[in-house]
Design a protein around this ligand. Structure first.
Ligand code: ADP
Length: 214
């Protein structure tokens, strides 16, 4: 599954000089499955907008974005749901956990949607990210960094060709970030998936094949 973009520009950005120097806005982007892409931009440049439009959550833009032949802004809800269930997984910047549910319940809801991973695998990932002792804690009671790790595990519970991540490690210390990087890297590699990681700064979290400065 390939991502191509041509002349994409969020409506709220038009017309600003910023777009002329962006590798994404108003530009042509071509990303192959298996690519590991770093998207870098300061706060307010549109990282979240970019990730959300790829996921079909924002349609307020001009230009063309395509997952193979599927345009997330014009396709029907059914095709969009199938894309999100089978092809594109995401770690939202704001995580989007169910606060009243426990960490494990949050993971199980996602896992049971496709049943392509086991509860034992969920426990293994929890253990690897140092979250086993928090499985019965309500998401609302977890620290942001703990919730970030639950959101990452949720994203890994479903099938995907692409993993989108919006500042996924912002509240993790070096040690926990490294554990998350190793787990994500293994799974993305095993699935021959592509990854788009948006972050504020240049980073070497993964062996990126492309860097796009927004
Ligand atoms: P980032 O993730 O890089 O911080 P965002 O994608 O969240 O950036 O937003 C980019 C900028 O555009 C922000 O300043 C935001 O307030 C603004 N913005 C986002 N959506 C709209 C909108 N619909 N109308 C006006 N401004 C918007």
């Amino acid at each position: 599954m390939q991502l191509t973009m041509h002349n994409v520009l969020p409506n709220y950005l038009q017309p600003t000089p910023k777009e002329r120097v962006s590798a994404i806005w108003g530009n042509t982007v071509s990303i192959q499955q298996g690519d590991l892409v770093s998207v870098q931009a300061p706060s307010g440049a549109g990282k979240t907008t970019f990730v959300q439009l790829l996921y079909g959550l924002r349609k307020d833009y001009t230009g063309t974005a395509l997952w193979d032949n599927l345009a997330p802004n014009t396709t029907d809800e059914e095709a969009l749901a199938a894309l999100r269930t089978n092809n594109v997984s995401i770690v939202f910047q704001d995580l989007r956990l169910f606060g009243e549910l426990t960490a494990m319940e949050n993971i199980e809801i996602k896992r049971c949607q496709t049943n392509t991973t086991s509860t034992a695998t969920a426990h293994e990932y929890l253990q690897r990210l140092g979250m086993s002792h928090k499985i019965d804690a309500k998401a609302d009671t977890l620290s942001y960094g703990e919730r970030q790790r639950i959101a990452i595990i949720r994203a890994l519970m479903q099938p995907f060709n692409w993993l989108l991540m919006d500042e996924p490690f912002s509240h993790l210390d070096n040690s926990n970030r490294q554990k998350a990087i190793e787990l994500i890297g293994e799974i993305v590699h095993a699935r021959k998936a592509g990854m788009i990681l948006a972050d504020l700064n240049a980073n070497n979290y993964f062996a990126y094949t492309q860097t796009l400065i927004m």
